[in-house]
Design a protein around this ligand. Structure first.
Ligand code: GLN
Ligand code: ZN
Length: 769
């Protein structure tokens, strides 16, 4: 090899797709609405790709990714590239590939879309491939090849990116109508020739390297799956007509899969050295490194928004130099998971803005590191000095270090995170105070977010109405929601959350230590982008956040109204979290702020307070070995937020899913008096699971599937309730929908809740109550 080919280079695995102004969202949605034609959509996409490559090249990235761009989702693009179009979409795809593509993503009037699920433990959602024993794969390299050509034409050195074959199969599920125990990974022999063809096409089009993403290898894998990995890369490696292969892993350490890839006849390996991936360093040394291979070192956190500690990264890179033929520098994963450009954040305190690195800044960081590694730290002395100063300003800032918050966290004792007295005594006190009927009815919190409510919020932000007018409109909604619930005959009421745009953002905006960005958009799925708030400093609560709304609602009725909060784990999961202290410490700070809110609600008269934790399971570490430590701080912080109340104050929690498996014990450790869960679709399976595990407290398994506009009949809700009773005794069973109603319309909500209340009455009568 020539010396220049071993000089450290800078690269990235993928880049945000949306554009600085979310041009992609506008173009795609415009296409759906018929305002933008296909040619204009493709032209916008090409402009965005070109701008991204330009931005990367300007930052000093020498090898740019191609094919990572997507009009909707890169896993769906892979489905197209391997020809795994579900039968129900084939006609549409054949007629018009673009419309067929969007039909797979979103469904049509008659045809259901592919299922969507979370991409590992990120907040990105991909479309799940549907495979079966009859699946016939066929290579379609049109998109990867044309984007490669585009980049070559612009004078870049491109590296096409594909989801690796093993990850693709491990993420797939059995197609509808296929036996549930069908394992897509059994299709490997059929899939590999298709990848061989894609690789040959890319080679022929001028690709020197191809990147195959195999993040599924950082999860716990069975020996059979590890053997499959060996086979995949032995076979792809043995191909003669192929580009050089870079197999990337990210989001965690490779563990048992590291020796598999180290021994494989591939030319490059990408490893994550951030967060739990840091273990890759010792593991790599233990296998004797990857001599003869290119190692791409993910030393810059690709999923969070903080500047890198350049000196620390250089130390890691220095160690790695001896463990591979060539060491390149990269972010730990695709930059898809961070916003585009921190320079656009002009409203932030300029000092704080210097602590932030979005995709563009991270690209500069990896380029700087590569330069330092290649030519000596002297050549990046100015950048190192600036980086030191920025890190010092962050460490010494009053925002990141609030002595009062720190003293309070330090003074918390284990008893603060434990409710006294124990559950049975609490249950009795609560029963006496609340006097609820058997099978009490309630909802999860939100009522329909109508166009009028959204418009009022937009008007407030745009300054078209003032705070007072806005508040009056929201109060009018609360009056309506309370009056409706009384009329419908619900037992425990809610105020309906009209004032909340988002269950995390609403609180983040009111807590000190949290920052909001203006342009910090990150793709959640398709054309949906979120702007996660930033947990930047020590967290405190200057004022009560929900008490006025609670009081307003409670004064309108004699029935109990639930106080309604978002729990600490969910607050963290849907935010960017500070990386300068353990996550558990940040959770504890948030928990203490919420604890104050909980006790203020109690003081304002709330006998029932719900603390939602829909994200508890989704933040579960990818490796099972790391889960106990996570669940420890997660459950502790929930209890810290909820344990400051009297025995006769009832704490509810809510989660949006039904499969617990791994977190059953943790659910118990929350020690919530009542938990509501999604259960309608699985016909109360979760109630049986909880009962089977001996769960001792009250449970509200949903009897109304709120994910569809369908109105359940009274009999349907009653039959679900009876199924619930087969698992949970009547004294501990609640009647409620699966989740909040904010995405539903009023018409179906009214009909459904009336049936829910009637079902409760019916079943109470059957019980002889
Ligand atoms: N209280 C929230 C609501 O009803 C809960 C939503 C959630 O957990 N996703 O909207
Ligand atoms: Zn929910």
């Amino acid at each position: 090899m020539s010396p220049s080919s071993t000089t450290p280079q800078a690269t990235v695995y993928g880049y945000p797709r949306q554009g600085a102004d979310r041009e992609l969202k506008k173009a795609v949605e415009g296409y759906w609405a018929g305002r933008v034609d296909a040619a204009a959509l493709h032209a916008t996409a090409a402009v965005l790709r070109r701008a991204n490559w330009r931005q990367l090249a300007d930052a000093g990235i020498t090898e740019v990714p191609t094919g990572d761009f997507s009009l909707y989702d890169h896993v769906l693009d892979t489905t197209v590239a391997v020809g795994a179009i579900p039968a129900r979409h084939r006609a549409a795809v054949d007629t018009d590939p673009l419309d067929g593509y969007f039909a797979m993503a979103r469904g049509t009037q008659d045809v259901a879309p592919l299922e969507m699920t979370k991409w590992f433990d990120t907040n990105y959602h991909y479309l799940v491939p549907e495979l079966g024993p009859d699946t016939v794969f066929a290579a379609n390299s049109a998109k990867p090849v044309s984007e490669l050509r585009e980049a070559l034409g612009l004078g870049h050195r491109p590296r096409p990116v594909l989801v690796g074959p093993l990850t693709y199969l491990l993420l797939a599920k059995p197609a509808p109508g296929v036996a549930a125990d069908f394992r897509p990974v059994t299709l490997l022999d059929r899939l590999l020739p298709v990848y061989a063809e894609l690789l040959a096409d890319l080679r022929a089009a001028g690709a020197d390297w191809v990147q195959l993403d195999e993040p599924a290898l950082v999860q716990d894998r069975t020996p059979a799956e590890l053997n499959a990995a060996t086979r995949v890369y032995r076979e792809l490696g043995a191909l003669t007509d192929r580009p050089q292969l870079l197999v990337t892993s990210y989001f965690d350490r490779l563990g048992e899969a590291l020796p598999v890839l180290a021994k494989a006849p591939i030319e490059g390996i990408g490893l994550d050295f951030t967060g739990p991936g840091a273990a890759n360093l010792d593991d790599l040394a233990a296998v004797g490194g990857v001599p003869g291979k290119r190692l791409v070192a993910g030393v810059v956190d690709g999923r969070n928004i903080w500047i890198n500690n350049l000196e620390k990264s250089l130390a890691t890179l220095g160690t790695l130099l001896g463990l591979a033929d060539r060491v390149d520098v990269a972010p730990s994963c695709s930059l898809l998971h961070v916003p585009l450009d921190a320079d656009l954040e002009r409203d932030l305190d300029p000092q704080v803005a210097r602590w932030l690195a979005f995709a563009r800044q991270k690209s500069t960081e990896v380029a700087t590191l590569a330069r330092g590694l290649a030519h000596g730290t002297d050549t990046i002395a100015a950048q190192l000095a600036a980086n030191r100063a920025d890190l010092a300003s962050r460490a010494g800032s009053a925002l990141t270090r609030d002595p009062a918050v720190r003293a309070r966290v330090a003074a918390t004792a284990p008893e603060d995170a434990r409710r006294a007295p124990a559950y049975p005594e609490r249950a009795e006190a609560q029963r006496a105070r609340l006097g609820l009927p058997l099978l009490p009815t309630t909802t999860i919190g939100s009522f329909p977010q109508t166009t009028e409510l959204r418009t009022a919020r937009a008007d407030l932000r745009a300054g078209r109405i003032d705070d007072g007018t806005y508040r009056d409109r929201m109060r009018a909604e609360v009056r309506e929601v309370i009056a409706y619930q009384e009329k419908a005959g619900l037992d425990v009421l809610v105020h309906g959350e009209p004032e909340r745009n988002d269950m995390v953002q609403y609180f983040a905006e009111q807590l000190t230590g949290y920052l909001a960005t203006r342009h910090g958009w990150v793709q959640s799925y398709g054309t949906r982008y979120v702007r996660p708030p930033v947990l930047a400093g020590d967290i405190s609560r200057p004022h009560p956040m929900t008490v006025d709304w609670y009081r307003y609602a409670a004064d309108l009725t004699d029935r109990p109204v639930k106080g309604m909060l978002t729990g600490p784990v969910t607050m963290l999961a849907w935010s960017f979290v500070r990386d300068d202290q353990p996550t558990g410490d940040t959770a504890r700070q948030v928990a203490l702020a919420l604890r104050d809110e909980v006790t203020d609600l109690e003081a304002a008269g709330a006998a029932v307070i719900q603390v939602d934790e829909p994200a508890l399971r989704e933040t579960l570490p990818l490796r099972s070995a790391d889960r106990a430590a996570y669940l420890e701080w997660a459950t502790e912080s929930f209890r810290l937020s909820t344990s400051g109340v009297r025995a006769d104050t009832q704490i509810h929690t809510h989660m949006c899913y039904a499969e617990f498996g791994a977190i059953m014990t943790a659910i118990d450790e929350l020690d919530a008096d009542v938990i509501s869960l999604e259960a309608a679709r699985s016909h109360m399976e979760v109630a049986h699971e909880l009962a089977g595990a001996g769960y001792p407290r009250e449970v509200g398994p949903g009897v109304y599937d709120i994910h569809s506009p369908r109105v359940p009949s009274t009999e349907e809700a009653a039959s679900l309730l009876r199924a619930g009773l087969a698992a949970i005794p009547a004294e501990r069973l609640w009647v409620n929908p699966d989740c909040g109603l904010k995405t539903r319309g009023w018409t179906e909500t009214r009909a459904s809740l009336e049936h829910l209340v009637e079902a409760a009455r019916l079943v109470r009568a059957e019980l002889g109550g």
